[in-house]
Design a protein around this ligand. Structure first.
Ligand code: HEM
Length: 401
């Protein structure tokens, strides 16, 4: 870690510094000395569990950038933001229409198919003694799964992978000018493509999510085409840069904790608890943004109306006020109410899908690899501080069964 910082602005700058990406947790510990801290950029950093929980449930902490006074940079605000960036009641209406179709039954129906995709991906490395958990498994899996759930024709999946990559990267806090131009191009291409697919499914519905949302006999109403397209794009990309980190962070944590890996071999059902504890211990989404829709008094500080707020989930998840021995990876931890999928009205819609993808991928990976070992520790990280995870995770093994 680089030099010692004293105030919250300096500490937060160190959190953002890619040099500290492999282990931001000691910095979070120091940030928690000031639960709600005003940073020099006007944002308020919230780092303690009770305060994050309170703000997640506080309707005065909104998500709609159109109501805030914070500059959103060159990207501007979309005229039809996806419901992730809307507040109730608009948010609740669109989210409900999605939830009525993105059901546990539809997710569970994917189980065998996910097993098949995971095995196909692993089989491609069968004759090797090394694989990259990111490129060979964790990255291709979620986008293949969501394409199949949406009902993207297989021959177009390649184009979707590319669009999903570009659009997901464009969500980085500092995507760079080239990425913004690329994202604009991807949006211009994906919109007419999606509209065409929607029209086709209206004429000939199939058993997929695009048909379910496009035909839409929901008693609560129907989405207009603009909202339908942004929602479909949100579903395509929301699980893209997140699930990859859940699978990769879990693999890294298990390989660093061989006794937990051994217990998993003996009791494969422990994978459920392992994934849940990784969502606390190494959450793929480290912060979320909110805007104060009114003055909010919290922990002795007033967040003024219009200010931006950063809820630091990765820090709340290590707060000793909530978790005993928080820096210890303990899948047996009781009452693990982590912020891995956020909370309250914006709680992750894809949580059940992300959970089964990670559980299936990790079960297969550690069942099939004989004597797996990390090739480098710490691995190289991607620069993004919010969607945090290794860029590569090379693992060597004796053989694959
Ligand atoms: C929201 C995490 C996978 C769809 C969220 C939020 C978090 C999160 C923290 C809340 C953001 C906030 O409060 O500002 C994750 C993680 C994932 C994952 C860690 C994987 C491990 C997925 C997948 C999908 C998805 C696979 C869909 C296919 C969404 C949507 C929202 C959301 C639509 C917005 C919900 C709303 O605003 O009401 N996710 N997510 N996520 N997630 Fe996920």
């Amino acid at each position: 870690m680089s030099q010692v910082a004293s105030n919250s602005t300096e500490l937060f700058a160190q959190v953002m510094d890619p040099a500290n990406r492999a282990n931001p947790y000691p910095l979070y510990e120091r940030l928690r000395a000031t639960p709600v801290a005003r940073l020099d950029d006007g944002f308020y950093a919230v780092s303690t569990y009770p305060e994050i929980a309170a703000l997640l449930h506080d309707p005065r902490a909104g998500k709609d950038q159109r109501k805030s006074e914070v500059s959103v940079g060159a990207r501007g605000v979309s005229p039809t933001p996806p419901f992730l960036f809307l507040d109730p009641p608009e948010h609740d209406h669109l989210r409900a229409l999605v939830m009525h179709q993105f059901t546990p039954e539809r997710v569970n129906a994917m189980h065998n198919r996910i097993v098949g995709i995971v095995n196909e991906l692993l089989d491609a490395r069968r004759d090797s003694q090394e694989l990259d958990v990111v490129d060979d498994l964790a990255y291709p899996l979620p986008v293949t799964v969501i394409c199949e759930m949406l009902g993207v024709p297989r021959e177009d999946e390649g184009r979707f992978h590319e669009w999903a990559d570009i659009l997901a990267h464009s969500l980085d806090p500092e995507p760079g000018e080239d990425m913004e131009a690329e994202a604009l191009r991807a949006r211009q291409e994906i919109t007419p493509y999606m509209l065409d697919l929607v029209q086709k499914r209206r004429e000939h519905p199939e058993d997929d999510l695009i048909s379910a949302l496009a035909v839409n006999n929901d008693p609560e109403g129907r989405m207009d085409d603009a909202n339908l397209i942004t929602t479909l794009v949100l579903l395509l990309i929301a699980g893209h840069e997140t699930t990859v980190n859940l699978i990769t962070n879990s693999s890294l944590t298990l390989l660093r904790n061989p006794e937990e890996l051994a217990r998993l071999h003996e009791q494969p059902e422990r994978i459920i608890r392992v994934v849940e504890e990784v969502l606390r211990y190494e959450p793929p989404v480290q912060f979320a943004q909110r805007y104060a829709l009114a003055d909010i008094e919290i922990a002795g500080t007033t967040i003024p109306k219009g200010a931006g707020i950063r809820l630091i989930f990765g820090s709340g998840n290590r707060d000793p006020q909530q978790f005993v021995n928080p820096d210890h990876f303990d899948p047996d931890r009781p009452d693990n109410q982590h912020f891995g999928f956020g909370g309250a009205v914006h709680y992750c819609v894809g949580a059940p899908l992300a959970r089964i993808e990670a559980q299936i991928a990790l079960t297969a990976l550690f069942h099939r690899l004989v004597q797996p070992r990390l090739k480098v520790d710490p691995p190289p990280y991607r620069p993004n501080a919010v969607l945090r995870g290794p860029r590569h995770l090379p693992v060597t093994f004796e053989r694959m069964q």
